[in-house]
Design a protein around this ligand. Structure first.
Ligand code: NAP
Length: 305
């Protein structure tokens, strides 16, 4: 098969040796070399605009990322060609580590103690047990489900919101957003970005949270209404925000988020695609295509993710 690698963010030189080893009979091309349009599979992540128009033989679009809003939102997406999400075990593991680190930073007040040290202040804050806290997860999918299990292992209470009813062991699962938000001391966003989830963390939701909590957004920037978040931090309703993703990336130098004392900014690194753990998953879908089987983890266009 002829496989095109097309990404404005991922570097083909890191991927090609692993892909060629996993799929020795296939030929790989790096955009803009499209082999004259003779391409069976496109491997994409933030793909170049207009790239699909010349690929008439395309049989599969395999994302190199777990989030697919850029692909789903492309008006030139060829109809009838399946789009598969990447479920990368390395990325799932990394996301668990990031969310646990940020939950603990807030829960154990480390963010305060960093400031106290800076100010040379010797002061203790009240200690909470993990079992005193409820962590709310918006999204109980591949990432949310795994994060829920890790938080439970640390004895946090966990509440989770999903579109369809779910059952996860020892997790309060609900399709009622307000029910989840009202009980969440910390709110973690692990949703796909769709028309239904855009702006979901807004002043109304923040006002429902117990005071002194935190928001951790590791999904997409547009899930959070930033002026509402800053107002909640400034009023003391919210203690802290950990933001990994932004509507404009890189985050512009003049954004107030960089210097806000209540905000931790990271440069979209909560979970990076890990070629070593994801190439096997990509190869699995290409082998399925070769055998005439349906690819795994395809996007449900009606749901938008
Ligand atoms: P997933 O497996 O598709 O899970 C999405 C979850 O969100 C599901 O539980 C789904 O409900 C729920 N959901 C979707 N729309 C909803 C709605 N309208 N109402 C209620 N719940 C809704 O996705 P994932 O693999 O866990 O990834 C989630 C997102 O994380 C990705 O889309 C990506 O944007 C982001 N991400 C960020 C990074 C980073 O480094 N910052 C890395 C990887 C991924 P159902 O269970 O009912 O379907």
């Amino acid at each position: 098969m002829n496989i095109l690698f097309a990404s404005t963010k991922e570097q083909p030189e890191f991927w090609f040796p692993l892909l060629q080893k996993a799929l020795p009979q296939d030929r790989f091309f790096a955009w803009p070399d499209t082999n004259g349009g003779d391409i069976d599979v496109a491997l994409v992540a933030t793909h170049p605009g207009g790239m699909f128009s010349g690929l008439a033989r395309l049989k599969l679009i395999q994302s190199l990322w777990m989030g697919v809003e850029n692909i789903v939102g492309d008006p030139e997406l060829p109809r009838g060609v399946p789009v598969a999400r990447l479920i990368d075990p390395g990325m799932v593991a990394a996301m668990g580590e990031t969310v646990i680190a940020q939950v603990l930073d807030w829960h154990r007040h480390f963010w305060c103690y960093r400031q106290f040290q800076h100010d040379r202040v010797w002061k203790r804050r009240r200690q909470y047990l993990a079992s005193d806290r409820t962590i709310g997860l918006l999204g109980l999918g591949e990432l949310g489900g795994s994060v829920a299990a890790k938080l439970r292992a640390l004895e946090f209470n966990v509440a989770g919101w999903s579109r369809r009813p779910k059952k996860l062991e020892a997790v309060f699962c609900s399709t009622d957003l307000e029910q989840v938000v009202r009980r969440s001391d910390a709110l973690v966003c692990l949703l796909p970005l769709t028309g239904k989830t855009q702006g979901i963390i807004n002043s109304r939701m923040l006002s429902l949270m117990p005071k002194d909590g935190c928001v951790i957004n590791v999904a997409r920037g547009a899930h959070v209404v930033i002026p509402d978040l800053l107002a909640a931090l400034d009023s003391g309703q919210l203690a802290r925000a950990y933001l990994d993703v932004f509507e404009t990336e890189p985050l512009p130098a003049d954004s107030p988020l960089w210097s806000h004392p209540g905000v931790t900014v990271t440069p979209h690194i909560a979970a990076l695609t890990e070629p070593r753990t994801s190439v096997g998953k990509i190869a699995q879908n290409i082998e399925r295509l070769r055998r005439g089987e349906a690819p795994l983890n395809t996007v449900d266009f009606a749901a938008g993710y």
